[in-house]
Design a binder for this molecule. Structure first.
Ligand SMILES: NC(=O)c1ccc[n+]([C@@H]2O[C@H](COP(=O)([O-])OP(=O)(O)OC[C@H]3O[C@@H](n4cnc5c(N)ncnc54)[C@H](O)[C@@H]3O)[C@@H](O)[C@H]2O)c1
Length: 449
């Protein structure tokens, strides 16, 4: 499927020229940004943050930000006073000041965007709010950092790309799993050629979350559960896929070409509802259609294959798979293990002793922030490393590790997988959100700190 609509076709017809003019008109020169090239914004002495949505996830971000130098949390917006107060108290007790609190109706967050004392906005709201809030953030002259998945429609993905290009503002999806210790180590190994030429990867979000179905009026399950009645496909593709895409230089030398997707029956949520909710309860009346396990296969332009799975319903241990293989061997996670050609007993078994590998290949971002992450690091430290890195890049005026093209390409797997499932798993094209820029964009560096 390609992105249709007369306006988009007109736009694409002169993509290079029109894109450049549009961007230049908003004060961003071609030197700062070419299509899919790294966006470098003005360096900031101090990064002044606003946060929209300080529920479960937004509070995690507050707790990371208050650990970092060169950061001020200026304002918080949410629908509920209790979560605003909880975050404000956390800032006050650690940093000695209170951010301004913005409440009111569901559009009150615009008062945060209207301010001129905020550089960057972190958006941790329910999925349907991500695109409108990120687009409005960039249009208000601020960088947008949006939770996963960044968009739920292909049109939404394009809106993020178009707005970032037009405004010259960052739009980064907060894919924290790219900053996990294992993921960063594998990126380092891959860049050093340890696995040879990459051929295949696997990523997943396998995490039983049926307990969230008990949330009815507010909290995560209240808005997340209905998605299982709306769409049969991968509802949350980016946690496992993001790191595999970085290993493979997706949007920087390779790109997603097409996918095919298949879902299992949707049984587990109805079974859970029948077990724990009384007769007549809305959860028992809901018609769950998202297959318990969705499996999507992506083919890249360079011919590589990627399997992406989603299952938040089945009782089984958590996994993001994190498998990557090449001509010289393979790495997989949950638990971490490696097999390399030329090892003493290369066909016998995985090597599961990670300590020697970590000693040699732990990523400098991980080792450089280990003390801070150990003190306070949600999700095993990755949240803190991600925020540390974002702040460091913004303060140095450097490109971020995840571009708006990554946000779009990784998130688009959600709606496109549903399209394939609905059409007997026929293949579906994945748009080139870089408009050809992937061919010349340089791979991500393995950075130091
Ligand atoms: N990266 C991760 O590891 C991770 C983990 C958990 C959640 N998430 C993502 O974070 C996001 C939020 O999830 P959550 O679990 O925190 O949900 P949540 O329901 O706990 O929090 C969402 C918050 O947004 C607020 N909100 C809703 N509409 C709003 C509006 N119009 N204006 C202002 N505030 C509004 C709600 O009041 C709530 O406090 C989701 O996109 C989710 O996918 C990511």
């Amino acid at each position: 499927m390609t992105h249709a609509g007369p306006n988009r076709r007109q736009f694409l017809a002169g993509a290079g020229a029109v894109g450049t003019t549009l961007v230049a008109a908003r004060g961003v020169t071609a030197a700062q940004r070419t299509n899919a090239g790294p966006l470098r914004a003005n360096a900031l002495d101090e990064v002044r943050f606003g946060l929209i949505g300080v529920g479960e996830r937004g509070f995690d971000h507050v707790r990371s930000l208050i650990m970092l130098d060169g950061v001020r949390i200026v304002a918080l917006a949410d629908l509920y006073d209790d979560v605003l107060e909880k975050s404000a108290s956390e800032v006050e007790s650690t940093r000695g000041y209170r951010p301004d609190l913005i409440n009111g109706d569901e559009h009150a967050y615009r008062r945060l965007l209207d301010r001129d004392d905020i550089d960057a906005v972190i958006i941790s709201t329910p999925w349907s709010w991500h695109v409108p809030m990120a687009v409005e953030t960039m249009k208000s002259g601020k960088h947008a950092f949006v939770e996963v998945p960044a968009a739920q429609t292909v049109e939404g993905c394009w809106a993020l790309v178009d707005t970032s290009e037009a405004t010259g503002k960052h739009c980064m999806m907060l894919e924290n799993c790219c900053y996990g210790r294992s993921e960063l180590m594998v990126l380092n190994m891959v860049r050093r050629g340890l696995l040879g030429e990459l051929t295949h990867g696997e990523g997943a979000y396998i995490h039983e979350l049926r307990f969230q179905m008990k949330d009815m009026d507010r909290h995560t399950g209240s808005w997340r559960t209905p998605w299982h009645t709306r769409r049969d496909g991968n509802l949350y593709p980016t946690h496992g896929l993001g790191s595999v895409a970085q290993y493979m230089n997706i949007n920087r030398g390779d790109r997603f070409d097409y996918l095919t997707s298949v879902s299992s029956p949707a049984l587990g949520r109805a079974a859970y509802a029948a077990e724990i909710f009384p007769a007549g309860h809305p959860r028992r009346q809901a018609h769950f259609i998202a297959g318990d396990m969705n499996t999507t296969l992506i083919k890249t332009v360079m011919g590589r294959s990627i399997m992406v799975q989603h299952d938040t319903t089945t009782t089984r241990p958590y996994s993001r798979l994190n498998l990557i293989q090449g001509t010289k061997g393979a790495f997989a996670s949950f638990p971490d293990r490696i097999a390399l050609a030329g090892a003493e007993d290369e066909h016998a078994d995985w090597d599961t002793d990670m300590a020697p590998w970590q000693a040699r290949f732990d990523h400098p971002l991980w080792t450089g922030t280990a003390d801070l992450a150990a003190q306070h690091g949600g999700h095993g430290g990755m949240d803190l490393v991600m925020m540390w890195r974002i702040v460091a890049c913004l303060r140095a005026g450097e490109a971020l590790d995840q571009s708006v093209y990554d946000a779009a390409a990784w998130s688009a797997i959600g709606p496109l997988s549903a399209e394939s499932v609905a059409n007997r798993s026929n293949s579906v094209d994945i748009p080139d959100f870089t408009r050809g820029g992937w061919e010349t964009a340089k791979p991500l560096d393995v950075v130091g700190v």
